[in-house]
Design a protein around this ligand. Sequence first.
Ligand code: SF4
Length: 352
Amino acid sequence: MNQSFDQQLLKWYHANAREMPWRATKDPYKIWVSEAMLQQTTVKTVLGYYPAWLKAFPDVHTLARSPVEKVLKAWQGLGYYNRARNFHKAAQIVVGEFDGNLPSDPAELRKLPGFGPYMSASVASIAFDVKIPLVDANVRRVIMRITNVHGPAVSSLDDKILEFLNKVMPTHHCGDFNQALMELGAMVCTSKEPKCNQCPVKIHCKAFEKGCQELIPEPKKVSLNEITAVIALIKKGSKYLIQQRPEKGLLAGMWEFPGGKVEPNDKNLKSALKREILEELGSECLVGDEFCRVRHYYTTNKVHLIGFDVKMMGKSYKIQTHQRWAGLKELQLYPMPSGSAKIVEKLLTAKP
Ligand code: SF4
């Protein structure tokens, strides 16, 4: 079975793989860029970022010597900003310790920031043809069906999945084999209505044999947390007050408008914003009209951001080291989380 499984899969992949810019290169850095971006982000989104990234940071040396703010700005919109920070740190290590050459050994890759089991296996196999299987959501689903494992698709199954993959993986074309499984999951063995009649490995698929492929995996119940946050648009002349988040924690180092979550004890949105401004800026304020509402999602959170025009009271407010006054054009240069970036877009559109 082993030989024919991998041969059938590879034959299908070589005839049907979608063209992607990162599939046309063997440059380890360019493959690394694509794999760093593709984690938790769709191919369609990454296609919009990949060429611009390579233009800004054509090689690992350029990335390593670029300021982190430039890296975060180029990453803006891809989410999970720690990936960008780790990518930058790892580039500096690769330049400092490996003369700019990414190591091919998965164990060495694992020591670099941002390289977990998936990343080290994908980069080692695709860039260096190392025989090491990987599991992502597509691969997990495909192999659960092939081996007829019922239940939700959870990462605790991965050891068993890797055990199966180690048996069927060839010793050459290892990167193609890993990509073929992911491609099969994306294009044929889809979560809903898998196209089994087009599947190159259906003769090996136990779920197909039993006709239960659509019952695997069981859907996971995902509940979204609804969060409401209020944002202060504080102006001085034509400039707006923005502040940088701490260097550690959620959205580390990103820039945003002052404000924060509405708490259960807040009477209404305006009093929530007054409380936030007093806590963050240490000063009373007047909350004026609502300017805009935007919505964005991160991980399992659905966030409603409501922006208000705000005036500081008393003496003119003096900014602290993590704060800046920025004009509309300048605002676009700061790396911001998607919600704040959407507010900047609203400000630009509203500009008289
Ligand atoms: S036969 Fe159907 S369920 Fe089985 S691997 Fe192929 S597409 Fe998936």
